[in-house]
Design a protein around this ligand. Sequence first.
Ligand code: NAP
Length: 354
Amino acid sequence: MGLLSKVISQSAGMAVAARCYGSSGLVAQKWIYAKAFKGEPTAQNFRLENEELPALKDGEFLAQAEYISVDPYMRPYMMAYPEGSLMIGGQVGKVLESKNSAFPVGASIFGQFGWRTHTVCNPAGSKQNERPYVLPDFGTLPTSLGLGVLGMPGNTAYFGLLELCAPKQGETVVVSGAAGAVGSLVGQIAKLKGCTAVGIAGSDTKCQWMKQIGFDETINYKTDNIYTELKKKAPKGVDVYFDNVGGKTSEAVLKLMNLYGRVAVCGTISNYNTDIEKVADPLRQMVFKQLKMEGFVVWRWNDRWMEGIKANLEWIKEGKLQWHETVTQGFENVPVAFMDMLKGGNTGKAVVKI
Ligand code: NAP
């Protein structure tokens, strides 16, 4: 699948400093969590700052961001950080200078460096599940895939579906958030396992695209009655539900689960912008249908990380797994890309080209 290039021209209403070298070294630009999120993020939640970087010490390397990831988890996770913190997140970059032989100059790397243009990193000082790594050889594929199908979202789909849901040939797998980075892969992997894949997403255009990449049935949750449509489109009931959104969508899907169904709770984006006080209880179905439901965070499979990337890469090379990206241009537009993604502006993985 090709690259969908989406240029977002707003600059979040903020002045953008030029990338430059200061008197004692490189000056990195970084996006700061200026004001705690309340409801939907706005430009006021972010502030751009400069940071003069120190000279490298032994064991360190200097990376320049090429692509920065914007992901839903940033909305709830940042609530645990004080105002003034760096915006968290993964990026794919190039090593510009190095005093660490495992990260040679010119290497393409993945690092959880946050929303910043340049980073001095000492891998030995990183937590085990936050260690940077040199990207495997993607051949002619773009390195940005290290943030999507060949990175965290790809592994979320791969391990979350295969390990927690064990889909079997002939079963019906329902995926919410199905046109996104994780969901679009879950549906395709379900098809590779011989299942019927039903995807739920927020526009007819997304639903058409999901059909193109192999989903059997689609539902537009913004215009369709999910329960009524799913009853028609999954006439044998639902064996596996891979949940990316929670809320009313999940309430409807859970009612149609089959005996001994499996539910992977990957995310609940429908309530990321909301203070949850009163949530309707979808768990009633758990008891009577004897369902297995399990929440997970992809880092659980940290020790098998490259296995997931290699499996997805192999499927891409065999033409069995298609990927899609929504690419926003420019470091100044990272907050805009993030806000746009939370509103459903992306198909496939949302990334920012720096
Ligand atoms: P994504 O699906 O590429 O992008 C987010 C999408 O969510 C939007 O495009 C939008 O699509 C949809 N959305 C926004 N508001 C919604 C609402 N109120 N109801 C339903 N859908 C809504 O993002 P992703 O990276 O693949 O992540 C998908 C989910 O997986 C998120 O919940 C994320 O937190 C979770 N996740 C979990 C793990 C883990 O380790 N457990 C790892 C990665 C991601 P529509 O146009 O269809 O609304």
